[in-house]
Ligand binder design. Structure first.
Ligand SMILES: Cc1ncc(COP(=O)(O)O)c(C=O)c1O
Length: 390
């Protein structure tokens, strides 16, 4: 499905959609010919404020002019401010922040801390999870044994349990368990939510076994579910929470959030990174969270999500699940077929690991008019797409 000849020097590891943006504004991308596409995918859920958001652009430009980079070897006011902003946005016990560059790096560090501080070597994860492409995160990524993301063995013992199976979860967590890692809504799997009951059972079993509960909120966090984090919706306080993707609205950024009890155990050199917590990224983090709060974007996500769920079960869509702006649309034809047909109608959506789930991860600034445009386009597809493409 490549729309142009392969770029001569890039690894061809991604299937590329046939649209090449050169610019973006609000929730739209624009190509060189001026074609405008409504973006409901946000670059894998990263562009939380859409494109050319004035407050984000100004914060980044101003910081770039003032001090472009310094590492964690020096204190930076802009880093302190970002950590404060993030800790205030997160569930109350998570007061301490370690900034990194990506979701996988955040998960890798959270797992390393859990293994080290408990002195144990077993981790429990959920079938169909995606936690990243590095060694520890890859070991918790489904499917197991097939490749461990290309590594020959895992750095710890891993037990997978079926999604929302409380009995299996309770049986898997024991006094060898260092940590349980959960995505509140399993993103890449197809926006499948974990139940409150399952996540609360994980909290209780971790407390009993002396294990740590880590919520991977790389995809669900920073307002995407219509709450600051999935933890807020689940009523669960994790020992650690990881964030990335929308955190800096498009600059590479990740974070491990933890309580004082864990932070207290970390001496100098316990964690490290070169780029994490750089000043331009931190200015962006502050601008993103400040904008979500000031512009009431959490309410907007809840409202527009409800509209999509009520109006988009039309055309090729059989049912809708997920939460906020992490929605899975179950399609009769293959989701990739629906995605391609929507792109022809100037709407960009995403697929998932489930071939019949189309994934929506729009910028948090999406409004009612855009949701109506999606519903109309899906309705229009009825009849165009044939279930023979299943
Ligand atoms: C839930 C979850 N965890 C971790 C990751 C890995 O993040 P990154 O690609 O920034 O390393 C992703 C990426 O899609 C994700 O969705």
């Amino acid at each position: 499905m490549n729309a142009r000849p392969a770029a001569a020097h890039l690894d061809e590891v991604y299937p590329i959609v046939p649209f090449e943006p050169v610019g973006g504004e609000g929730v739209h991308l624009v190509d060189a010919a001026g074609r405008k596409v409504l973006d409901l995918y946000a670059g894998h859920a990263v562009a939380a404020l859409g494109y050319a958001h004035p407050r984000l652009v100004e914060a980044v430009a101003e910081q770039a002019r003032t001090l472009f980079f310094q590492s964690n070897a020096v204190a930076l006011r802009v880093r302190d401010d970002a950590a404060q902003m993030l800790a205030d946005f997160a569930p109350a016990p998570l007061e301490r922040v370690f900034f990194v560059n990506s979701g996988a790096e955040a998960n890798e560090n959270a797992l390393r801390l859990a293994l080290k501080l408990t002195g144990r070597n077993k981790v429990v994860a959920v079938e169909h999870a995606f936690h990243g492409r590095t060694a520890a995160a890859g070991a918790l990524t489904w499917p197991p044994q097939k490749s461990w993301y290309g590594f020959p063995r895992t750095p710890m013992d891993v037990t997978f349990v079926a999604r929302n199976d409380v009995v299996a979860l309770d049986a898997a967590i024991d006094d060898r368990t260092a940590a349980v890692m959960l995505e509140p809504v399993q993103g890449l799997a197809g926006a499948w939510p974990l139940s409150r009951e399952f996540c609360q059972a994980a909290r209780a079993a971790c407390d009993t076994a002396g294990a740590m509960l880590i919520l991977d909120e790389v995809q669900t966090g920073i307002g995407r579910l219509g709450a600051p984090f999935g933890a807020d919706l689940l009523g669960v306080d994790p020992d650690m929470l990881t964030a990335a993707k929308g955190l800096a609205g498009g600059l590479p950024a990740g974070a491990v959030l933890m309580g004082q009890d864990i932070a207290r155990e970390l001496g100098p050199g316990a964690l490290g990174t070169t780029f994490g917590g750089g000043p331009v990224t931190c200015a962006a983090i502050t601008a993103v969270i400040d904008t979500i709060r000031r512009d009431g974007l959490l309410e907007r996500v809840r409202k527009v999500s409800a509209q999509i769920q009520a109006s988009c079960r039309v055309g090729p869509v059989r049912s809708i699940h997920g939460a906020g702006f992490l929605l899975g649309l179950v399609t009769g034809p293959r989701a990739a077929t629906v995605r391609d047909a929507l792109l022809e109608r100037n709407i960009l959506t995403g697929t998932s690991a489930d071939p019949h789930v189309l994934r929506l991860l729009p910028p948090l600034i999406l409004d009612e008019q855009h949701a109506a445009q999606l519903a109309a386009a899906l309705n229009d597809l009825d009849g165009d797409l044939d279930d023979a493409t299943v």
